[in-house]
Each structure stands twice: as structure tokens, then as C-alpha cells.
Ligand binder design. Structure first.
Ligand code: NI
Ligand code: MN
Length: 228
């Protein structure tokens, strides 16, 4: 029973859970770090944290090609439905639902959410996923917030945290987030894609090792970490 976590660049990840495939914020086209083409990705289910273009990304084309169900807030789902995505499942902050083999609960995120065409995108979210006996927290785009301690109380195996600064929390705040969340492993995201969010990820990882009890997992785009 393993979960394979592949970083596709920016905040895009593929999760392979015992052969079932989920995508998170699949932004590949126009992503300078993209590890693959959107046309080459398999997906049964796609999770979208908020309406911004670097998170909605290629959701429409992947969903149309694969028939994947898309899970996001209700406003993002309504917008995607209007663009021809057949299977959507809207949730909202605090709400959880078991999608067959992966349970997803939307958390709050302190950020904004508008669709690529400027229309209303509801509230931004993160996700707490429970699957195959593991719990993962995907923060989405967010500032640091102290209620991350409550998420940490649920016992997190892996936290995916933005560290790019400028649009989200940066390295300093992410260190405090890690102390709140207490995950076994932490994976950085939303950095290096553009000059504005470039970060010294090796220095960040050193600080995680010396200042927290969590283990940093720094992936190159396209690389996979297997969680056991
Ligand atoms: Ni955003
Ligand atoms: Mn973003």
C-alpha cells in the first residue's frame, strides 16, 4: 500500500494511490517547470484548490480527455461545468466527502480566488486527503494561519506547502506552518516557476531539518517520492 507523489512543477502533483490516480492543481501548459504535457497525464479525479489560472491550469482539457471527476469549491465547479467539464463535485470550506478511494476535506486558505476570465471563483481552499491509511495536507495558495495547528492535530503524514513568497507564504512563514502542522514529511511547492517566486530550496530544506521535527522532501519536476 503505497502512495507515489510526483511533482509536475509549481503546485501540480500526481498522486498514484495503489494504482488509482489523482491530480492536484494540474497547471502544465505555460508552466516553465512543467515535467510533462497535459496530454500525457492520466487521471480519475482532479482536485483544484482555487480559481487562479496557475491552479485551474489544464483541468478542462484533462477532464474532457480522461473523463475525470473534478473536485473544487462550488463556484469553480460551476465555471468548469459551463466550459464543458461533465463530472464535477462541488464542496466548500470544512466539508468532507469520500470520493470512492480518497476522502477530501476542504480547508480554508487565506488567499483570493477569481477565474482566468475574471469571474467569481468562490473562496480559495486547501485539502486534507485521507487515503490508503495516510493523511496528506495540500495547502493550496495561502498565507500562514494559526489554525494550521488544528489541521496538525489530525496527524499529517505529508504537508504540501507553498514557499515562493510574494503571492503566498514564503520560507520563513512556512517554517512556522511546519511547526503548527507537525507533518512527518513536507514537500515545498509554488516556488521557482517564475523569477518573482524563486527561492533557495536547499537553504529552506536545511532550516526544516534544523528547526523542525519534519523531514523535507525536495523533488525535481517529474521526480516521484514513494510514501510508505
Ligand atoms: Ni492563487
Ligand atoms: Mn498560485
Amino acid at each position: 500500500m503505497t502512495i507515489k507523489i510526483t511533482w509536475l512543477g509549481h503546485s501540480a502533483f500526481a498522486l498514484d494511490v495503489n494504482g488509482r490516480t489523482a491530480l492536484l492543481d494540474p497547471f502544465l501548459t505555460n508552466n516553465p517547470l512543467a515535467a510533462t504535457s497535459a496530454d500525457d497525464l492520466a487521471a480519475e479525479i482532479i482536485f483544484v484548490s482555487h480559481g487562479h489560472g496557475d491552479h485551474v491550469g489544464d483541468t478542462i482539457s484533462i477532464a474532457q480527455r480522461t473523463g475525470a471527476k473534478v473536485v473544487s469549491n462550488v463556484e469553480v465547479c460551476n465555471w468548469l461545468s459551463g466550459k464543458g467539464v461533465k463530472h464535477t463535485h462541488g464542496q466548500n470550506s470544512g466539508g468532507g466527502y469520500l470520493h470512492d478511494w480518497i476522502h477530501a476535506r476542504l480547508t480554508v486558505a487565506f488567499h483570493s480566488s477569481s477565474m482566468p476570465d475574471g469571474s467569481y471563483g468562490g473562496s480559495p481552499n486547501g485539502f486534507v486527503f485521507t487515503t490508503s491509511g495516510k493523511r496528506l495536507y495540500f495547502a493550496g495558495d495561502t498565507a500562514l494561519f494559526s489554525d494550521m495547528q488544528l489541521i496538525g492535530d489530525q496527524v499529517i503524514d505529508v504537508a504540501f506547502l507553498p514557499i515562493g513568497d510574494n503571492y503566498t507564504m514564503g520560507p520563513d512563514d512556512s517554517l512556522l506552518a511546519i511547526r503548527y502542522l507537525r507533518p512527518r514529511f513536507v514537500i515545498p511547492m509554488h516556488y521557482k516557476t517564475f523569477p518573482l517566486i524563486d527561492q533557495d530550496v536547499a537553504a529552506w530544506a536545511n532550516r526544516v531539518n534544523s528547526e523542525t521535527n519534519s523531514t523535507p522532501i525536495v523533488l525535481d519536476p517529474g521526480a516521484t517520492y514513494t510514501l510508505v
